[in-house]
Design a protein. Sequence first.
Length: 525
Amino acid sequence: MRSLTTNNEAVQTGVKYLQNQTARGILTSDEGDLNEVQAQQLKDKFRKNFQGADNAGDVIITPKKLSWVNFGLNASDVSLIQQYNASIKDLCNIYAVPVQLLNNTESATYNNMKEAKKALYQNCVIPELNKIRDELNRWLVPKFGEKLFIDFDYSAIPELQEENEKVVDQLAKAWWVTPNEKRRVMNYGVDEENIALDNYYIPANLLPIETNEMPIPDPVDEMDINEEKQLIKEALWNIQVKSDVLNTDIITTSKAEVQGMADVYTTEDEAIARANELGGDGYHEHEFDGDVVYMPFATHQEYEDAIAAMEEQKDVSDAVEAGLKKKVEEHNEKFGDDPAKRVTLGMLVKVFERGVGAYNTNPSSVRPSVTSSDQWAYARVNSFLYAVRNERFKSGKHDTDLFPEEHPLSSKEESKAEMYDDYPQTATNNAKRMIEWREKYGRDVVKGGTEVGWQRANQLAKREAISADVVSRMAQFNRHRENAKIADEYKDEPWKDRGYVAWNLWGGTAGVDWAIEKMEELRNG
């Protein structure tokens, strides 16, 4: 208040001084012998001889004895300007306003003015607005409902655009932040309809720092250039990058495995070895990133069946379960009143597990930007929830058997389709014979078939009804018909012939032929 009063008084005094200016003083004769005419003549002579630019700095000499009486004060004498500037600075300090913006020319340059305008918003305007916002959110907003708030859009302030550009540049370089998280920082909101924006996009030019040098061979004059390229290519396959949420682990492996993918290899031998570990044999090919890769088993369906059997009882981790619970709560809070759109934790767990399985077993369908099975599985869960909410998929359908029964996209009724148990008794006998061999000679001797194949044999042996999907798989097994005959080397010990055992686990020739006819019958209605 004192600074404000001082400033007001300085301005008011300056105005009065300008309004009430008079002569600066009186020039008189000490002898008092100047009449009015003489005084006027002396004034005119003074103006003529001593005023003006030409006479500046000249010396006045007069024959009479004169005296000067001063009764005026100039602006410098009363220090009005200094007093005004001092009080302005005090006021600016109180309110955090840059003094340059109030016509203080002592430190006003172009750059200073630019920074001063920015500082005005950052140090003065925005803090005051935030106080108002917080107070309104405290008592006014709750009167209009929950989950509401008032806020200001500071991105529209021209002086702060440069700061926004810095934030955008920093976010563009932050590959460990998802696009949706970046949108939230920039106040654009989360795009829930595009699940790709929940993925992490890692620059392809990042290379791991390892203590061991990459095994690139020394150049040899006689080495064929194609052979050298192949060695380098195989060395590059040894780099594995795995990224999960905000943590990035970089490890190496000695196997010729396609990194980031389970059971996908760059050599046929590795794929065959892995098939043997899983209780089968053979390999099949895929194209990935322009290269041919190899996977265990003669067909991809056989591999998926083997993996499905191994992971049938697999549970998700505690962290994943907590994340899925949160998604269930958030979804049901908005849509839970509608039975057709209410979801459960069990639904999302199954969708997640299927996503992990798809990531591990189908490399050609996984985008290069996806670097972990959990990331792919979460994207599948988000797609599932989107379809539940909007009653449509953004792309291909999946997991429709998990939708609430009342939902338009649910296929639960379809899953109750007719089952079939009219397969020939010979198919049952073939399956029983394989089971008896395994019980008699042991698993170490009877190694043919996959776990899924042995499950199928148990179904056929018990004459259980099987679905159209299982019938279709039995029909597809026709591609292994060459195994219907026992190999010459196993004529005396047929139980050691892996191909023959695998063929009969699916009912043998009788079972496969029946399945082919049944599928033709179903297709023709």
